[in-house]
Design a protein around this ligand. Structure first.
Ligand SMILES: [Ca+2]
Length: 302
């Protein structure tokens, strides 16, 4: 009798342990890529935090992304799970619910606190995820791009003020565009939200998380989470030949010193920073996010 009570209590204890300890079983992981809403809707001028503050409206007509090398693991260990492929994604035509990019099954339940992914340089090995326009896919691969975006900027009383002339003469400029081939591959690690670092696999269930690509960092006055303003005018001014198209070559010809350090916090750019193109390069490296507004604080240029 005594023995059976002991056995019963052991069984009860182990059942309780199984119920409370999430490491007791296995589950699955699904990882999706999704566009941030700004990429789909554009960004309106206005005074709200997410608006463009200097009156310009931004619309994205194209946004093709190279993404891959998704890893999941635990701190202090090499990544346990990896998806090594490189994909091309037409984010402008991806639903806000996202596209599945990686799936891991039979994963030990519990927290996996290391999630990361890359925006690799596209190459002949890149595969389309969903439908990608053939000409854009070829351009991404041929030019080794991490991102291609085409944006339009409009403002009914807009002006372009020449940054190369100390007198900064201004002329009317109400609609401009920028087709940027961004060959700036990078890796983002340590992805998490305010509530959770990485993800938690439920026993017998599936953890579904989203790799969220932000599109508004090109306009940030600083690369941090708070006290950031979104501005466009300095990019408009960089249309040096005033043909209505803001090119990367023009950005590279504009010294970073045109940015007022009372408005822009250049100390948040940790790398070489000489021209506006360097600023756009760093913005590209900070596009990868996690679970909408969550971040991936460890940024590595590739
Ligand atoms: Ca131009």
């Amino acid at each position: 009798m005594k023995k059976s009570i002991l056995l019963l209590s052991l069984i009860t204890a182990s059942l309780l342990t199984a119920a409370c300890d999430e490491t007791g079983g296995n589950g699955n992981i699904q990882i999706y890529v999704e566009p941030e809403w700004t990429l789909i809707n554009g960004i309106s001028p206005g005074d709200d935090e997410e608006n463009i503050r200097d009156g310009w409206a931004v619309d994205y007509s194209d946004f093709i992304l190279s993404i891959g090398e998704v890893t999941v693991g635990r701190s202090g260990e090499p990544p346990k799970y990896g998806m090594a492929k490189h994909y091309l994604v037409d984010l402008k035509n991806t639903p806000l619910s996202g596209q599945l990019i990686a799936e891991f099954t039979d994963v030990a339940s519990g927290q996996w606190d290391r999630v990361g992914y890359a925006l690799p340089a596209a190459s002949g090995a890149s595969e389309d995820l969903g439908t990608v326009p053939a000409d854009k896919a070829a351009m991404m691969k041929d030019h080794g791009l991490a991102v291609f975006t085409r944006m339009t900027f409009t403002k009914s009383d807009g002006q372009r003020c020449d940054p190369a002339d100390p007198a900064r003469p201004c002329t009317a400029a109400t609609g401009l565009s920028a087709a940027w081939e961004l060959p700036f591959p990078s890796r983002a690690d340590g992805c998490g939200t305010e509530l959770e670092t990485g993800l938690t696999v439920p026993s017998g269930g599936t953890a579904a998380v989203k790799l969220t690509i932000h599109a508004d960092h090109f306009f940030f006055t600083a690369f941090r989470h708070t006290g950031v303003t979104r501005l466009v005018q300095h990019l408009i001014d960089a249309d040096l030949d005033a043909d209505g198209e803001i090119t990367l070559a023009e950005l590279d010809a504009v010294p970073i010193t045109v940015l007022s350090t009372t408005i822009f916090d250049l100390s948040t750019v940790p790398e070489e920073l000489n021209t506006l193109l360097d600023y756009v390069r760093w913005a590209t490296i900070t596009l990868p996010h996690y679970q909408s507004d969550g971040g991936c604080p460890e940024r590595t240029p590739l």
